[in-house]
Ligand binder design. Structure first.
Ligand SMILES: Nc1ncnc2c1ncn2[C@@H]1O[C@H](COP(=O)(O)OP(=O)(O)OP(=O)(O)O)[C@@H](O)[C@H]1O
Length: 254
């Protein structure tokens, strides 16, 4: 008899997406277990961002199924998917540069709580927003920068704030799109530590180009090449996989 497997946090089966005549996602199967840190890697143009847009509801798939904790979410609008507990960051920043760090997180918290706590009134609600804003700023280590306009933060701090906005709505499944892109070595270290921390009690799916970060953080890695997952396994097995070497890692290392 099969052992019961926990319901995956995310499960894709046979997902397809074309833009005009170009089929970009060509039958993707992907399973992300609850609590797992899962990285999607692959060459430029493989379809990684498109895959994220499909999971988060920004694109509608042409075929296949996408489930969040066993429930079908394919084609659902992003806000509904978000309310079901999936939140994502974007490569392009979501930060309001003229608002303070505090106000940025407060906006995201208000937006998220507006739905959940619509029945709450006045002061009680504002207290809860303040408490939650403080909690997030503490989690992303930016409490001491709370009053600074977000636009003057260092690049690394802005990416940390970006992660704060992603977790503000208490989603337990988070998608991060290239969270360390364009960072200095010191900034990468800081953000990796932050990602490790925020993913301790959440499921994480991330697109990442920096192989040191991927092999350091991920419990499992899926390799997307030309719109298909050619391997999905532990970091050790991915490293040893000849097809992956040939399709991706070999050329990256060169
Ligand atoms: N909205 C769109 N309309 C038409 N083509 C698109 C659209 N979005 C993506 N593409 C094409 O789909 C392919 C995959 O793009 P995608 O951004 O998903 O790749 P990626 O793996 O995230 O690449 P990178 O690592 O460079 O960010 C590319 O050829 C891109 O030009």
């Amino acid at each position: 008899m099969n052992e019961a497997r926990p319901v995956p946090a995310i499960e894709l089966a046979g997902v397809r997406k074309s833009f005009g005549p170009m089929e970009i996602i060509r039958g993707v199967d992907l399973v992300v277990a609850p609590g797992e840190r899962h990285a999607v890697i692959g060459p430029n143009g493989a379809g990684k961002s498109t895959l994220f847009h499909l999971i988060s509801g920004h694109y509608r798939p042409d075929g296949g199924t996408i489930e969040l904790r066993g429930e079908d979410i394919a084609g659902m609008p992003p806000q509904l998917i978000n309310r079901r507990g999936l939140s994502r960051s974007f490569q392009v920043t979501n930060i309001f540069p003229r608002l303070s760090v505090w106000e940025n997180v407060r906006c995201a918290t208000l937006w998220a709580m507006g739905h959940k706590y619509a029945f709450w009134k006045g002061v009680e609600r504002l207290d809860e927003v303040r408490r939650r804003t403080e909690e997030i700023l503490t989690e992303i280590d930016l409490m001491d920068r709370a009053d600074v306009p977000a636009g003057v933060l260092t690049y690394g701090e802005q990416r940390a704030l970006e992660i704060g906005l992603t977790i503000a709505g208490s989603a337990d499944v988070i998608l991060l799109d290239e969270p360390t892109a364009g960072m200095s070595h010191a900034e990468v270290e800081r953000v990796v530590a932050l990602i490790r921390k925020v993913s301790e009690n959440r499921t994480l799916l991330m697109i990442e180009h920096d192989m040191h970060v991927v092999f350091d953080l991920a419990d499992r890695i899926s390799v997307l090449v030309y719109g298909q997952v050619i391997a999905s396994d532990t970091p050790e097995r991915i490293k040893a996989n000849a097809a992956v070497q040939q399709a991706y890692l070999g050329t990256e290392a060169a």
